[in-house]
Design a protein around this ligand. Structure first.
Ligand SMILES: Nc1nc2c(ncn2[C@@H]2O[C@H](COP(=O)(O)OP(=O)(O)O)[C@@H](O)[C@H]2O)c(=O)[nH]1
Ligand SMILES: [Mg+2]
Length: 679
């Protein structure tokens, strides 16, 4: 465990994560040629969709050996839409390295990733990449991070020169310069900056440990030895967030970065706390090499052309091929088949994955993303990371009728790969509704349906699951009488129909006395009502929150039948709706909107045009949190709207709250629309 370093690369699209991974793999002699994003030939971005767009869309996994260490790299996609991959990766590593482009301003998606992941127990670091680019400015990049996040990065690898004159770094812990890979003296023109950074580093290291702090106060500084020995602990505790300058594509300071990863970042042995659930109880345990197996699936990938693969982090014990294991989330056993260490699409077979390490498994029957893998008989599972709530919805259907049967199972396969997405068959609207956290994410599903399953699918704004009810009382009767050739039809019912409180549903009361309706027909009346309650009366939505009391009626010895009573009941309820002020109800969601201060006015204005009601607001740092109620009908389009209002910086979470009356003019339109379709 102590010779492994697990790192997740997280940052905005284009900051150079995949290029950095590629260069590290080359420097470690894992690959013999450096692929380029532009040429679509990197080992990490190998999916058709990724090559097509020159952009990572799913988590890439690679490993390399560097000096005495094995480094596992998880290269995450930068788009906020693929946050689930960032969450998955960050939940199984000891180190999250945020990477930023030194030549551009602070990027929104980095801000969102940092907010998403800052509470993760992993140690954090900042890579200031693209130092060779025109406009690259190390100090400014650090400043932007301080300004826009809660992170205060402290340089460990500081740049020597920048833009086209970027030629190396100073390792501040070692007090040595590395220019074009060669150890050199620190250039005199940056000695002052070096001293400044060294003081900051000392301070951060001192703050991580009481004993060191005392020494620091007494002596005014730490010795090089104290600094070197305290650094890993300070990073591991999160007191020190180190910053590293480099250029991935020019291969400047990439070796030094790998050295730093080996020397300064914590291993699974040093950061060995694992959050688990035992029975119902959340606990933290210490991961060990020689204890029972506990592993976690952080990604699954299923492609009919490539086969299924799951990516696993082993926390404790070891995973061996051929063994039988337990998957607590599925309450089922599974068998471990072939196992691999991965470098993007390339695999090397192994028969053991030890504690601390990461690998890929094929042909597991049960284990899927966010499942634990434990020893048979074990009572623990690894705690599932918290996931964002869906903020984007689309109904999904096959373009070609003959694919309609296949689309369900293909979708459920694809969704296994991304736990932030879900598919719900809405019984009320008869639609398959896909929900997730972004347009790109849902769009990718459509692409994958095509590329992997040859299914052409289309997405649309979902229908709102309205409900129907009444506001007033009604006392109605209906006589169904039909004389045709042979036997006739006859039934008569008297109903008292009343509204009930929200959420109480439908109540059927039978208060017929004296057999005016024989008791054998009462169930038919209830059944008839239940049918119409599902179908609705005014605009084809289910009816809720009413009571129907059948209290009188009449029948005919020969002509009365169950069907006749059903028909009478249907019509009686329709009559009741005509007089009892029917209304439509719509789902209202509670929304929590987080925006930078400057967008407050625009966002509040927009909320009111969406019929939203502000419940409260609170300041958090430089951001405002707005709590509001918003109709689902308006929420369907809110994700892109908020994005464009706030230049991508606003975000929201939501949960269903309650049903509320649709305002009259809007209800009229919905009803007219539903009836038009009918005709
Ligand atoms: N000049 C320069 N370009 C870089 C550097 N790192 C990455 N790039 C380029 O930036 C683009 C995006 O890189 P990529 O690795 O896909 O970024 P990712 O989205 O973070 O994975 C590509 O065109 C790379 O060639 C760098 O250090 N210097
Ligand atoms: Mg990438």
């Amino acid at each position: 465990m102590k010779n492994i370093r697990n790192i997740a690369l997280v940052g905005a699209s284009g900051s150079g994560k995949t290029s950095l991974a590629e260069q590290m793999l080359f420097n470690a002699k894992v690959i013999t040629r450096v692929g380029k994003i532009e040429d679509g030939n990197t080992v990490m971005d190998f999916n058709v969709e990724e090559i097509e767009k020159s952009m990572s869309m799913s988590l890439g996994v690679a490993n390399l050996n560097w000096k005495k260490c094995k480094i596992n790299i998880l290269d995450t996609p930068g788009y906020a839409d693929f946050a689930s991959e960032q969450i998955a990766a960050s939940s199984v590593v000891e180190n999250i390295l945020f990477i930023t482009n030194a030549a551009v301003g602070f990027e929104v998606s980095l801000e969102q990733s940092i907010e998403l992941l800052e509470s993760k127990p992993a140690a954090k670091g900042i890579i200031i990449n693209r130092m060779d680019n025109e406009g690259a400015d190390f100090r400014k990049a650090l400043e932007l991070i301080r300004e826009n996040t809660n992170i205060n990065p402290v340089p460990i690898l500081m740049p020597i020169g920048s833009e086209h004159r970027f030629e190396g770094v100073v390792d501040i812990v070692k007090g040595k310069a590395f220019i074009k890979g060669k150890e050199s003296d620190i250039p005199t023109d940056i000695v002052n900056t070096y001293e400044e950074y060294k003081m900051a580093l000392m301070e951060a290291v001192a703050e991580s440990d009481d004993e060191l702090l005392e020494k620091y106060f007494e002596a005014g500084e730490l010795t090089d030895k104290e600094l070197a020995s305290g650094i890993k602990n300070a990073i591991s505790k999160g007191v020190l967030i180190p910053a590293f300058a480099c250029s991935a594509t020019h291969n400047i300071a990439v070796n030094e970065l790998m050295d730093a990863i080996e020397e300064y970042l914590p291993s699974p042995a040093e950061k060995n706390q694992v959050n688990i659930i035992e029975g119902e109880e959340a606990k933290t345990i210490e991961a060990k090499e020689n204890s029972d197996l506990s592993a976690y699936v952080f990604k699954s990938f299923s492609d009919p052309n490539v086969g299924d693969i799951i990516y696993v982090r082993v926390f404790s014990g070891s995973l061996t091929s051929g063994s039988e294991v337990y998957v607590p989330e599925k309450n089922s056993k599974d068998r471990i088949g072939s196992m691999y260490f991965l470098v993007g699409k390339n695999r090397t077979e192994t028969n053991e994955i030890k504690a601390g390490d990461i690998g890929g498994l094929v042909k597991t029957k049960v284990s899927r993303c966010f499942n634990s893998i434990t020893k048979i008989g074990s009572k623990i599972k690894i705690e599932k990371p918290e996931l964002p709530t869906p903020v984007y919805w689309q109904s999904m259907n096959a373009v070609n009728q003959h694919d309609e049967d296949k689309i369900g199972s293909a979708l459920s396969k694809l969704l296994e790969e991304d736990p932030t997405m879900s598919l719900e068959m809405n019984a009320d609207t008869a639609q398959n509704v896909l929900s997730g956290i972004g347009e790109q994410q849902l769009g990718l599903i459509v692409k994958r349906l095509k590329s992997r399953y040859k299914i052409e699918a289309e997405m649309n704004t979902p229908r709102v699951p309205y409900k129907e009810t009444i506001q007033g009382n009604a006392d109605v009767s209906y006589k169904h009488k039909k004389q045709s050739g042979g036997r006739g039809q006859y039934a008569e019912v008297y109903f008292r129909v009343k509204p009930k409180s929200r959420g109480e549903g439908f109540e059927f009361i039978n208060s017929v006395v004296g057999g005016t309706i024989p008791s054998k027909f009462i169930p038919a009346i209830e059944k008839g009502l239940n049918e119409i309650i599902k179908k609705g009366i005014i605009a084809e939505n289910p009816i809720v929150d009413i009571s129907v009391d059948v209290y009188y009626g009449s029948y005919h010895d020969v002509d009365s039948s169950e069907m006749a009573f059903k028909i009478a009941s249907w019509n009686a309820l329709k009559k009741a709706f005509e007089v009892a002020s029917p209304i439509l109800l719509e789902p209202i969601h509670e929304v929590k909107i987080i925006i930078p201060d400057e967008y407050m006015g625009d966002v509040m204005g927009d909320i009111s045009t969406r019929r939203g009601k502000i419940l409260g607001m609170e300041q958090k740092g430089k951001k405002q949190i707005l709590n509001a109620h918003m109709p689902l009908a308006e929420l369907f389009g809110y994700f892109p709207a908020l994005k464009s209002l706030t230049q991508g910086r606003g975000k929201f979470t939501q949960t269903f709250s309650h049903f509320e009356k649709v305002p009259g003019d809007i209800a009229k339109k919905i009803i007219a629309e539903a009836n038009k379709k009918d005709e």
